[in-house]
Design a binder for this molecule. Sequence first.
Ligand code: GTP
Ligand code: MG
Length: 368
Amino acid sequence: MTTVQKIKEVEDEMNRTQKNKATSYHLGQLKAKLAKLRRELINPSGGGGGGGGPGFDVARTGIASVGFVGFPSVGKSTLMSKLTGTHSEVSEIEFTTLTTVPGTVKVHGAPIQILDLPGIIEGANDGRGRGRQVIAVARTCHLIFIILDVLKPLGDKKIIEQELEGFGIRLNKTPPNITVRKKDKGGVSITNTVPLTNIDHDEIKAVLSEYKMSNADVAIRQAGATADDLVDIIEGNRIYIPALYVLNKIDAISIEELDLLYKIPYSVPVSSKDWLNVDELIEKMWETLNLVRVYTKPRGLAPDYSQPVILHRGKCTVEDFCSSIHKEIAKQMKYAIVWGASAKHARGQKVGLDHVLEDEDVVHISKK
Ligand SMILES: Nc1nc2c(ncn2[C@@H]2O[C@H](COP(=O)(O)OP(=O)(O)OP(=O)(O)O)[C@@H](O)[C@H]2O)c(=O)[nH]1
Ligand SMILES: [Mg+2]
């Protein structure tokens, strides 16, 4: 039996099994089994298969990358071409784009790489079509645009989410606050700082036994944690990426229909063809990428607002700022002066390398 067939079998059994006290151990086992089979698909033991492959891995340029994922003919290339000015073939025929097509759009002074990708189909993560390569590229992006056709958004949204999840991508989620520590003896002990509403002790034990962990300390601090969250922590290779749902072709629907679409979380309705609401999409993209612009100020001169240094939030200390200009600067620095949101006073604050910068701060580096 192939891995894909085995996955199908486990999924079928899960669908047949009602969730209740008597079945929770069994369901926990099945969830862990499924995760292990999916891992085989992502990293086949024969090597290869999971990677991007020729033509799929393009050189990464710019500060951050945004991957376009969607079914064929939803308008990915139309949007990419208009956003970046880079030509990517558009046609009404499905599977027009056959490989990764990179382009760049500058937003608030930051060059953002856009990766137009081939359309995927259901079953992509099981190896159908070029889906595996497409999703492998998406896994390495800072943000994923899931492009949907407004005429059939919800069904398509669900299928694409399943494809990405099957490949270890978690959309708009943070890693579950669960820890699992293996020990040599003492069996399984479970502590929780929040009530366990979606998982019980049997399910936790079943998941652990499926991973042959008969001695372990499990601590659950995440409200609403599920067996899938526990599996994610044990598997450990999950990638947490923000996503925006781009509902394209709104020129083809009525205002009333449009009102309903606005209720989908993380969504932005646009018409790529008629450039409707694309400015809002660009603003949302900027917000979601969570970048920090920092302006340099040479001694005795005004800050240089034309060329911000762009950092990622969570990696935006004065040291990160120095390193992104030149690797020697941090070593030569005596202190820095910061003006802006991260500074304590408007006159500027003297800070060290570990000071965390905010968007639009101005920094002067004083050398030894
Ligand atoms: N009405 C309307 N049609 C659009 C819009 N955007 C794209 N289209 C049309 O949809 C068709 C497919 O567009 P593409 O940009 O090639 O779609 P794609 O998602 O890149 O398709 P693949 O590369 O095959 O995956 C073309 O005929 C476009 O003109 C839009 O906003 N409104
Ligand atoms: Mg295309």
